[in-house]
Design a protein. Structure first.
Ligand code: A3P
Length: 307
């Protein structure tokens, strides 16, 4: 694995955008496609924890909260490595032949238990061993409009992803599920259904913003961790947007140098609810809402687009 090399790349070396492929109709990168059998046959262990999200729903934030809980609020321990090394990103694969080489599978296999991993896979693509082993899963969902805007900016700053074009063009792709990891609508609905059958804690980004203490307590309970008020307050503080934005272990400024261009748009961009209002025109909003109504008609799932 060439993780150290990944940190020392110039922008020019990394203008290559990832080729896209598909697994069961879901757009994934070509390298993920190539190793799909290995992902599917991944051997989960009973004490594995999976943090699952649609991309840009608050994954990194949740990972930091989880790690801080697991490390009993010890900041130094949480700064032992950057997020993507602490928690293997299961399906993410870039061959060793690339200076960006990364294998979430290898990282996970080498990791002692208990492991925490990250995935953006829709529920039907989660390796079956996670269900067989009855693993705990934390799923975080974010309202479609903010999720879309965040994903749009991420496409602008992350040179591995396709150029998003204008916000109107990207919205079209988002609505059609023609983006990496597929349809947001199917993703959030699929996981919502699955939570009734499996050990899934389903959280909302908006709830986390509104009352981080309450949501962190939910996660603590789910992880069967009883931490005192002082530790809880420390976790709330250190997982706030402002602190995480300045933390090199969570803000991605030390990783993927030359791939993520923070001068275009920082990874820790705004961290708010309702930012979509700064990007959606009245016409775009109308179109989006009409389509949203149809796509979300068959679910009890309700999102808050503002607080
Ligand atoms: P914005 O682009 O809207 O700012 P992911 O980790 O799934 O890629 O999600 C990234 C999004 O979560 C970004 O949203 C980022 O700013 C936001 N985020 C990261 N840490 C956060 C925190 N501590 N509080 C609130 N939002 C956070």
């Amino acid at each position: 694995m060439a993780l150290d090399k990944m940190e020392n790349l110039s922008l020019e070396e990394n203008m290559l955008r990832s080729e896209m492929g598909e697994v069961q109709g879901i757009p994934v990168t070509k390298p993920t496609c190539d190793i799909w059998d290995q992902v599917w046959n991944f051997k989960a262990r009973p004490d594995d924890l999976l943090v699952a999200t649609y991309a840009k729903a608050g994954t990194t934030w949740t990972q930091e909260i989880v790690d801080m809980i697991q490390q009993n609020g010890d900041i130094e321990k949480c700064r032992r490595a950057s997020t993507y090394k602490r928690h293997p990103f299961l399906e993410w694969y870039i061959p060793d032949s690339s200076p960006l080489g990364y294998s979430g599978l290898k990282l996970a296999e080498a990791m002692p238990s208990p492991r925490t991993m990250k995935t953006h896979l829709p529920v039907q693509l989660v390796p079956p061993s996670f269900w067989e082993q009855n693993c705990k899963i934390i799923y975080v969902a974010r309202n479609a409009k903010d999720n879309l805007v965040s994903y749009y900016h991420f496409h602008r700053m992350n040179k591995v992803l396709p150029d998003p074009g204008t916000i109107e063009e990207f919205t079209e792709k988002f609505m059609n599920g023609e983006v990496l990891w597929g349809s947001w609508y199917d993703h959030v609905k699929g996981w919502w259904k699955a939570k009734d059958k499996h050990r899934i804690l389903y959280l909302f980004y908006e709830d986390m913003k509104e009352n981080p203490k309450r949501e962190i307590q939910k996660i603590m309970k789910f992880l069967e961790k009883d931490l005192d008020e002082e530790v809880l307050n420390k976790i709330i503080y250190n997982t706030s947007f402002e602190i995480m934005k300045d933390n090199p272990m969570t803000n991605y400024t030390k990783d993927f140098v030359g791939v993520m261009d923070h001068s275009v748009s920082p990874f820790m961009r705004k961290g708010s609810v309702g930012d979509w209002k700064n990007y959606f025109t009245v016409a775009l909003n109308k179109k989006f809402d009409q389509d949203y109504k149809k796509k979300m008609a068959d679910t009890s799932l309700v999102f808050r687009m503002e607080l």
